[in-house]
Design a protein around this ligand. Sequence first.
Ligand SMILES: Nc1nc2c(c(=O)[nH]1)N[C@H]1C(S)=C(S)[C@@H](COP(=O)(O)O)O[C@H]1N2
Ligand SMILES: [Mo]
Length: 419
Amino acid sequence: MPGNVATGMSRRGVLRRTGLALAGVSAASQTARSGSASAAESDAPPSMLEQGAPVTDNPYGVPSVFEKAVVRIPGGKPPFPTAAHMLTPLQDMHGIITPNGLHYVRDHGGTPAIDPDRHRLLVHGMVDRPLSFGMDDLMRFPSVSRVHFLECSGNTPLYKSGKPEWSVQMTHGLLSCAEWTGVRLADVLAEAGLKPGATWMLAEGADAAAMTRSIPVAKALDDAILAYAQNGERLRPEQGYPLRLFLPGYEGNTSVKWLHRLKLGDQPFQTREETSKYSSLMPDGTARQFNFTMEVKSVITQPSPGHGPRGSGFCEITGLAWSGHGRIVRVEVSTDNGATWRDAVLQDPVLSKCLTRFRLPWTWDGGAAMLQSRATDETGAVQPTRDKLLAARGANYFYHYNAITTWRMAPAGEMTLAL
Ligand SMILES: Nc1nc2c(c(=O)[nH]1)N[C@H]1C(S)=C(S)[C@@H](COP(=O)(O)O)O[C@H]1N2
Ligand SMILES: [Mo]
């Protein structure tokens, strides 16, 4: 039985620790006592031999002490400490949901502490009735819960270069997925009444960065959510407590956290975050603005750099695929740098604008390999190669990198990022 050697505990040792004497206790009576040939008959793990920790010690549960390595890590040195980002450990994630404590964080001015009883949302500008809502007012609207990914458009900064040792957490960790609960923005806007010609909406956050973005009203009326909860509990402070705008499929920056103001207008407001930042320089020298939708993308999360196989033999290849345009319909996997492809299995549920888990059984022969995944979404868009993406956008482009990622596997099993 595996474990005998590892625990180093003999049957005699178990019996001594439980206070049972070996002599005089027949195997039959031991079996009768435990109801089966379990505890005393086999090697009982130490955890069976004493009471566990009182559950009342843990009013809000935390992960096992053995999972301490599964944490967010900072992505590079921020210009100043509160303008930081923390990356989700995608290599350690299972299924599609990101636990709240591991959701990536991108703050431009730190995480404010906002009392929900004092928080207000102002809706004004080109509306019939300017309104100010408290959290209680907002929570009286019908609620919706939807599972969606959130990705920073600065995720996967590989246009110019990348380091071979970068893990999937470093290259793709500005990506998470949660069940978001809130109210439909369309319902709240209907309460204020949109004036004819109101086609743009300014969203402003109540943080020190005063994050402001212009959003097309068409998106606001389509599937935008004023979210107050995340995976069954109220938003984490880092995710915008007590209220954030959530725009499914749009670049993360537009999902304004700590939302306190919506202003309706008839043109974009041209804020810093959509002129200087979050616009992209094209090869011809012009800048592309308002690139909202995150395009089809995927990445293999296991095996991946730092998390390679322990030896040759069976090794499942698994990863995540997503698109801001809708559902993922296909993920192909290559182990030979794109020469041949096999269809991976898409694991249920496959939802719109949501992470989709894919899997492919693979037997690693112990030789060199180049692992890639290529996703297709329901609009027919196929994830491009890096060469194709660079040819279209040039090397000065920065945001919205969605090219195929290649993990190089050395014969010893060491894995690195290949560009
Ligand atoms: N008020 C405010 N909203 C914000 C930001 C911010 O700094 N302040 N960061 C934006 C960026 S760039 C991204 S990618 C997402 C990140 O959301 P998260 O921290 O919940 O993952 O929030 C966006 N909303
Ligand atoms: Mo972002």
